[in-house]
Structures are given as C-alpha cells and as structure tokens.
Design a protein around this ligand. Structure first.
Ligand code: FES
Ligand SMILES: [Fe+2]
Length: 394
C-alpha cells in the first residue's frame, strides 16, 4: 500500500523532473514576525503542541533490548523511556512517587530495576513500585497505587512517540495519519544507533523552517555541501507531517523498468519531517545513514536546542565508523555555523520592526503548510484534535 504511494510520488517527481517544474502553493504566504518571538504565543505552542501531541522522543535503535532505557528532558518534563522485560516500549515521568526526585540520570543504559538515588525506593521495568526502604518504619500506604506515572508511548517504524500529558486520550496512530507506513520504508527498527549530540539554536520555528526549506541550499550552504544542490522542492503531506524532495534525475534511469523493481532507497530521498519538531535526512558517511534531528524549544522564545542523532543502516566497522564520525562532525558544523548562526541573526533582525511579516513563496509550500497547521492547533480544543488528524491525507 505505502509502496504504491512511494511509486506514485516517484512518478509525480518524474513529471516535474522532465518538465523542469515544481508544485507551487496557491499564493505567497505571510507570517507575522511576532509569531517567532511573542512570549504568549510561545507558551501556547508549548502547551497546545509540545505538551499535548505525541513527540518522537526516541528511536528503537537506542532501546533494542529488554531493560534498555533512556532518560531525557523534553520541554521541561523529565521522561524515562524503556523497553520492559516483554519487549514493550513504555514511558514514564522520571519522578519518584516518594518525594518526587528524578530517578534516573539523563542518558541511556540497561537495568531491570529503577532505584531512586534519594531514599532507594525501587521500581520494576513496568514502573511498579516494588521496594520501599525500611518499610516497617515508613508506615502503611498502598504501594500498588504509587508506581511511576505512565505516559502514552507508541513504537512505529523503528521510532518511539511519547505524549507528555499522562491523561491524553489522543490516538497516536490518528495523529500519524498513515505517515508511519511511509517511514517504514527506511527499516529503522534494524538500524544501528551511532552517536548523538546537542546543538543550541534560535526560536524553534526559525530552526524548523530551515529543515523544510530546500530553497536556501545552494546559497547559504554554498561553501559546504550546497553549491550543486537543487533549490526546488516537492512537498507531500500526511496530516501535519511532510516530506520535502527535489526533482530527481536518478529516477529517469529506471523509468522504463517495471515499477515494482524501482529502488525504494532512491524513492525515499529528501527530508522527511515529523510534526512538530523532527527532521530525517539521508547521508552516506560510513554507509547508508540518516541524521535524525529533534528540535525542542529552550527556556525562552529565542532559544531552542536540537538533538542530532546519527543512525546507520548497518553497524560500522572501524573505517566506516571513522567516516561516519567525520560526516556527523561536518553536519554539526553546517547546522550550527550556517543554519543556526543565520537563524540567530534573523530573529534579532525580526524584532527591529523592519518587517511586519516574513514571506514564504509559492515554492515554499512546506513552510506555509507547517505554519498553517500550527495556527490550527493553537486554537483547537482537545475534542477537536481527532477530527483534524487522519483526514488531511493527500
Ligand atoms: S524521593 Fe525517591 S526514594 Fe525518596
Ligand atoms: Fe540549511
């Protein structure tokens, strides 16, 4: 089913590749500059988007075995994600039911018991409270009601979505709008987690706009990788999730072969974003690889941080690991010193009042779409959410 969709996209790409055209949005879009720095709007984004919708917080490759866990902070919420002894992924707020201490230090590891560093209360991999120090002294209470607070967690396509609201009833599959079936074509569940790091950046939307934008590639990145890159993009959307790809002459090579033999990896080119804050881009440093970037708002509207993760299709040998490491260092340089350095200056200039709006051209439909979804979600009630997702597939 989704391979058929991939073939349809490749055919559409071929039409544009041959004609030298792209799809265009109906008109030039305008976004008020305050949307990038207004503190109230920024708070609303955190509440209505980041703390309400499923976020892709971890990758299967980080948590392959029972007992594997990852502790992290997401928009101020300490989160503990693990794979329990039955192999299921679960997520909890990383906070002890005794007096709230964070149980696991940020990072990854493997354990079959979570022991709080404060008074050694202990939880199993399902988050059940199983040990209370000096219980006879502590006094009576119901241990079965005092496990870790569970968060909705769903594993699809080798990626793990967690909703930071423990009471959320939003169906993650509905939110994904069929996009996970497309992402399955990467086969991430069998990939190798290589490295990750964190890069500081500007307002999260200024940063995220750049991931949906191929228009800037040969200009801003002319001295690094972009001088020969196309600046034209085709956008496809599944609900709020979007893929950006360029007209791809490689597709011409197999155009006359039977469709079922068309190369899936070639058809998966481009940038696959996951609303509201993920970008997946392919590379070949050390073998087939992707950089999965997770963007998070920082402590103020003008701050964000991005966790860059490098995943490889196969576990690298020594030489491949060296090449992968170099590729990943290069990507840090490009993002920090070109994209985010530009974004930090851009947000400073936006606040001067020189422009009331920023523009997204008809060739920047991905950015237009992203901001339209954000607008919609900032005003949508919880009850309206299911109606928004799942119906928007095109
Ligand atoms: S706060 Fe965790 S055991 Fe006391
Ligand atoms: Fe860029």
């Amino acid at each position: 089913m989704s391979k058929a969709e991939l073939i349809e996209m490749a055919k559409h790409n071929l039409v544009h590749t041959k004609a030298g055209t792209i799809d265009q949005a109906p008109s030039v879009g305008r976004i008020p500059v305050e949307h990038y720095y207004d503190p109230e709007r920024w708070q609303l984004e955190i509440r209505q988007v980041f703390k309400r919708l499923p976020l892709m917080l971890a990758m299967t490759a980080e948590l392959k075995n029972p007992g594997d866990y990852k502790a992290m902070e997401a928009v101020g919420v300490p989160v503990l994600i693990n794979r329990n002894k039955d192999g299921e992924v679960q997520a909890f707020i990383n906070s002890c039911s005794h007096r709230g201490a964070q149980i696991m230090e940020e990072g990854r590891g493997n354990t079959h018991r979570f022991t709080c560093p404060y008074h050694a209360w202990t939880y199993n991999t399902d988050g059940d409270l199983i040990g209370v120090l000096a219980k006879e002294d502590f006094g009576e209470f119901d241990m079965s009601c005092n496990g870790l607070t569970k968060l909705p967690a769903v594993e699809r396509a080798g990626l793990i979505w967690v909703t930071l609201d423990p009471n959320s009833t939003l169906d993650t599959d509905l939110f994904l709008s069929g996009y996970d079936a497309m992402l399955e074509h990467f086969g991430f569940k069998d990939w190798h987690f290589f490295e990750s790091r964190t890069v500081a950046g500007p307002n999260w939307k200024i940063a995220y706009d750049g991931y949906l934008d191929l228009y800037h590639l040969p200009i801003l990145h002319k001295d690094t990788f972009g001088s020969q890159m196309p600046n034209r993009a085709l956008y496809n959307a599944w609900g709020p999730h979007q893929r950006a790809s360029s007209p791809d002459p490689r597709l011409l090579e197999t155009e006359n072969e039977p469709e079922e033999t068309w190369d899936v990896d070639t058809m998966m080119s481009g940038v696959w974003t996951i609303f509201p804050h993920i970008s997946i881009a392919g590379f070949d440093g050390g073998g087939r690889s992707v950089m999965i970037s997770q963007l998070f708002p920082g402590d103020a509207p003008g701050e964000s941080f991005t966790v860059q993760n490098y995943l490889m299709q196969n576990e690298p040998n020594e030489e491949q690991a060296k090449a992968a490491h170099e590729q990943f260092l290069f990507l840090e340089h490009v993002v920090r010193d070109e994209d985010y350095a530009t974004g930090l200056k851009q947000q400073k200039a936006m606040k001067t009042g020189a422009n009331t709006h920023v523009m997204f051209g008809r060739n920047e439909g991905g950015g237009q779409n992203f901001h339209a979804w954000l607008d919609k979600l900032l005003t949508a009630t919880d009850d309206e959410l299911p109606g928004l997702f799942g119906l928007q597939k095109r």
